[in-house]
Design a protein around this ligand. Structure first.
Ligand code: MN
Length: 485
């Protein structure tokens, strides 16, 4: 499925790379001991280092380094045993030091890979160019006073991982799939909570276009402010179409930073693009190069959990699930764990069906996730067992499930209270079958004349008469016997 933008002069493709800033899960900041909790009183989590006071020296936080290495390993990337912190100099009110401590020429993590799971079940690899550690800036508050801007430094100094993809993304769908997959990996690793609304995952898109078949890259723009998966997909689409229009009308795309306006569905210029030399990078004289050894990296590697790709392969091999089903189940670690608890000792495909269609349907309606699901994995498993041992029919099971969602009650208790047990008593069903056949001689005649479809109609009548409780196999069997007479 290739995505092309049609122009007057031929077909164009988009060339997109995403830069993600992921806030590191760590109790303390990258170079100070101040807390990182979200939503604190403004300026309540600020050390003298974070406020840029003269003479204060940064001290690297080991926990943040380990999180970066962990993330690098999760992205199947090269860990650089020697990396260097540099000062990225610019002036802004929310940057009290006058520079951001970042990594430039020697990042802690080099090339890696993210595997995209696309909607049709296929996969595609997107390269990771680098991951580096850097500190966040403070926040300007423009809405507190009509004339003044206030500064909150709680975020100043919080550790970020800047994760830069290769320009391998070719469609809005791939852009969305990349961001979802990256977020999933970070959450599995426990290195970033991936919460885009709270800003712990922020995304900028580098977008250019070229004629299908061209191999050189053309001028790119950087689109800022795309902070949801949906917005990223929309922003790259709008920006690529805009660039095609520029070229098709004889113009040139200029390198610049643009802002995505989700309400208007367009990007607009924000500022001329800075070049790296504008920032006067130089190694931070207050910090030594960061040196790691192989043994340290191997220790971190040994502590990695099973990641989504490996889990997906295992679900396909061990449970016989399709790539699409397995991909959906492993997207969140909690969902995968929930599914495995349901599948244990049961038919895995049946378990997957219940989780993916019935449970997910209910959770979507409620705006909940498996973590706060009203139906526990154990309760859902018990419900599946009631179908398996013939206590209730599959149809009744759906009714019991709806009750479980509403009341959180145990399925066996619901079945007992409502008298929903399946009727598997041959005499009782046989009596019902006799009644229905006697009442509908014309249809019975049609069946005897070779019209098989009438059987389904008879089954429906019996199920209605028994309020769905008759054992369907027995109904079928008895109907055939008795209709043949
Ligand atoms: Mn950055």
């Amino acid at each position: 499925m290739t995505y092309v933008i049609q122009g007057e002069s031929g077909d164009w493709e988009m060339v997109v790379g995403l830069e993600v800033h992921a806030q590191v899960i760590s109790r303390a900041k990258l170079f100070s001991g101040a807390a990182t909790d979200f939503g604190g009183e403004p300026n309540s989590q600020v050390s003298l280092v974070d406020a840029g006071m003269p003479g204060m020296l940064p001290v690297i936080n080991d926990a943040c380094v380990e999180q970066a290495v962990r993330t690098g390993l999760g992205l199947k990337a090269k860990i650089n045993l020697r990396s260097v912190f540099e000062r990225k100099n610019y002036f802004y009110a929310d940057l009290p030091q006058g520079y951001q401590i970042s990594q430039y020429q020697h990042p802690i993590v080099g090339e890696g890979t993210v595997v995209l799971d696309l909607a049709d079940g296929s996969t595609r690899e997107v390269g990771i160019e680098r991951l580096h550690l850097e500190q966040d800036a403070g926040k300007s508050l423009h809405d507190q006073d009509p004339k003044r801007t206030f500064i909150d430094l709680n975020r100043s100094g919080v550790a970020l991982m800047e994760i830069v993809s290769a320009p391998d993304i070719r469609s809005p769908e791939e852009a969305g799939a990349y961001l979802r997959k990256l977020r999933s990996i970070l959450r599995y690793l426990g290195t970033c909570d991936g919460n885009m609304e709270q800003g712990s995952l922020r995304c900028d898109a580098n977008v250019s276009v070229r004629k299908v078949g061209e191999t050189e890259l053309r001028t790119r723009t950087e689109v800022k402010n795309v902070n949801s998966v949906r917005f990223v997909m929309q922003a790259v689409e709008h920006e690529a179409e805009r660039q095609v229009d520029v070229y098709e009308s004889g113009g040139q795309v200029v390198q610049e930073t643009r802002l995505y306006d989700a309400d208007k569905g367009e990007t607009r210029p924000m500022r001329a693009k800075e070049f790296a030399h504008d920032y006067r990078y130089f190694p931070d004289p207050d910090l030594l190069p960061l040196e790691l050894d192989e043994a340290y990296v191997e220790r971190v590697r040994a502590g990695l959990p099973e990641l989504p790709d490996a889990k997906k392969s295992r679900f396909m091999a061990d449970y016989g699930l399709s790539a699409a089903d397995a991909g959906q189940l492993v997207a969140e670690r909690e969902t995968a764990e929930y599914f495995e608890r349901v599948a244990r000792g049961r038919d895995p495909k049946q378990a997957a069906n219940w989780v993916l269609s019935t449970l997910f349907g209910a959770l979507n309606r409620l705006g909940r996730t498996v973590t706060d699901s009203p139906v526990s994995a154990e309760a859902l498993g018990a419900l599946i067992d009631l179908v398996g041992d013939g206590t209730i029919s599959g149809r009744i099971a759906k009714e019991v499930f709806d009750d479980m969602v509403k009341t959180g009650r145990d399925p066996a208790a619901i079945v007992a209270d409502k008298g929903l047990e399946q009727v598997s008593d041959g005499d009782a069903i046989g009596a019902e079958v006799d009644k229905i056949i006697a009442a509908n001689p014309a249809q019975a005649e049609q069946f005897r004349g070779g019209n098989e479809k009438v059987l389904g109609w008879f089954v429906g009548q019996i199920m209605k008469a028994t309020r769905g409780k008759a054992n369907p196999q027995m109904v079928n069997q008895l109907l055939r016997e008795k209709l043949k007479g």
